[in-house]
Ligand binder design. Structure first.
Ligand code: A5P
Length: 236
């Protein structure tokens, strides 16, 4: 279901409409999520009460700077709404995430949330997942040699992500490495997800299938709203 662009609001401001007083809010990672955290911080300064669950160290640091109270993941039963960005969004609102390196915590928080709201620009919209040519996969460092061989056998072409700050293999917030698989558009993403997850040492992939409930797209003319047509989610 898609509603055409309207209003002068930004996607970050529009996402605030999904946050109710007293909510537990998943705080995504990346540029779009950062804009949302700033908008939420402004609300909090004017007296709005929420608790945040960050998906990365960077988002935790930003939320603290802005005075957004944080809560430990094990202290809440469910997260009311999670607001995050994405690297690809297909017409079913399935996603590829993780270009920024925070995919695993993002996936854990997304699955534990009652609603996942995704914020993107139109450049992230694809007709088929994989069209931008990259699927990040987080792997235990010890498992990298095996995962490389197995991913190659699956037709993915894995490249170990390098940290641009120190020219060494990137270490995620979870102490792992990332293999960026060079891929063609995916005809069967769910099958690929299962096959990759069977490789010992793979922590998870950037495929977020059947998770996003709402996608807010920032057009020059305003915000387009896309909603996934699906059964209600059952947060963990
Ligand atoms: C973090 O690893 C990612 O999953 C981001 O959420 C995603 O890359 C979108 O980031 P931007 O909003 O910065 O494009």
């Amino acid at each position: 279901v898609s509603t055409p662009p309207s209003s002068a609001m930004t996607i970050a401001e529009r996402a605030l409409e999904f946050v109710f007083p007293g909510s537990v809010v998943g705080l995504g990672t990346g540029h779009a999520a950062t804009d949302f955290i700033h908008a939420l911080g402004q609300r909090v300064r004017s007296g709005f009460r929420v608790q945040g669950i960050p998906t990365s160290q960077a988002s935790a640091d930003l939320a603290r700077q802005l005075g957004i109270p944080l809560v430990e993941f094990d202290a809440v039963e469910a997260i009311d709404v999670d607001v995050d960005g994405a690297d690809e969004v297909d017409p079913q609102c399935d996603l590829i995430k993780g270009y920024g390196g925070a995919l695993i915590r993002e996936k854990i928080v997304a699955v534990a949330s009652r609603k996942l709201v995704i914020l993107v620009g139109p450049e992230k919209l694809v007709s088929v997942l994989g069209s931008r040519g990259k699927l990040p996969v987080e792997v235990l460092p010890f498992a990298v040699p095996l995962a490389r061989r197995r991913l190659a056998a699956l037709g993915c072409d894995p490249v170990l992500r390098i940290d641009e700050h120190n020219a060494r293999p990137l270490i995620t917030d979870n102490g792992n490495n990332i293999l960026d698989c060079r891929i063609e558009p995916l005809l069967k993403p769910a099958e690929l997800e299962l096959a990759i997850r069977e490789i010992p040492g793979v922590v998870g992939t950037g495929l977020f299938l059947g998770m996003a409930d709402v996608v807010l797209i920032q057009h020059e003319s305003g915000v387009e709203v896309r909603e996934r047509v699906a059964a209600a989610r059952n947060p963990a």
